[in-house]
Design a protein. Structure first.
Length: 153
């Protein structure tokens, strides 16, 4: 249940999750997921289209890819990072959670923070205020440990 697992393990986990949730794991869905997964960091839709080309064997129409991305987000296989307009593979597939991420402003490294207490608090607060929540991703930006070590001062 971690991002340190191999790509093969994570691909297999995604397929199992899809099967368990009635999501047909079509070739294109698998390829799109694989492209997001292999990026290892948030990948934008255009970059994704380019990454898909060698996998699929041809240039996909953007609308088909957007549809698949939406579907993968809805099934919590990937998360959408609003601030970067990009997508990243979920590290905790099958765990009930909302995305919460540490995003490095310098190198773009993005780490999903495990746990769901904070997310529960936020959604409960929203409900208490009569707010209907459609999308909840917490994005914390700053410098990762690696970039801090290399940063002057
Ligand atoms: Zn996740
Ligand atoms: Zn960094």
């Amino acid at each position: 249940m971690a991002c340190t697992d191999s790509l093969t393990t994570r691909l297999a986990r995604a397929a199992t999750h899809a099967a368990g949730h009635g999501l047909a794991w079509t070739r294109l869905r698998r390829q799109v997921y694989q492209a997001v997964l292999s990026a290892g960091r948030p990948i934008g839709a255009y970059e994704l289209l380019a990454a898909l080309e060698p996998l699929v064997g041809r240039r996909m129409p953007p609308t088909s890819v957007y549809r698949v991305l939406d579907l993968l987000v809805r099934h919590e296989l990937i998360h959408r990072i609003e601030s970067k307009n990009a997508f990243v593979a979920c590290c905790e597939i099958g765990q009930p959670h909302q995305g919460q991420f540490l995003i490095c402003e310098r190198c773009g490294e993005t780490v999903e923070i495990p746990g769901s207490e904070l997310a529960h608090q936020l959604s409960a607060s929203a409900r208490a205020l009569g707010f209907e929540l459609h999308h909840q991703v917490v994005e914390l930006t700053g410098l990762c440990a690696h970039c801090r070590a290399g940063a002057p001062g």
